[in-house]
Design a protein around this ligand. Structure first.
Ligand SMILES: [Zn+2]
Length: 64
């Protein structure tokens, strides 16, 4: 997967290299490693990592 880059060891203390956790829209959610990625993802709605249209249910109010 491109677009992932590490800043060094993960902040969770695992001793593993971290990488960027990005949602389906490429929005940065934090730095994770393979040990804490699942835990970090659990703080977010799971669909934001799978469905890039997750905000599309907001009505578009074009009132000009
Ligand atoms: Zn970690």
């Amino acid at each position: 997967m491109s677009g992932r880059y590490s800043t060094g060891l993960c902040y969770c203390g695992s001793g593993l290299d971290n990488h960027q956790l990005l949602d389906a829209r490429g929005i940065f959610c934090g730095y994770v490693c393979e040990k804490c990625e699942a835990e970090k993802r659990s703080h977010y709605r799971p669909d934001i990592f799978e469905d890039g249209d997750y905000w599309a249910d907001e009505p578009i109010d074009d009132d000009y």
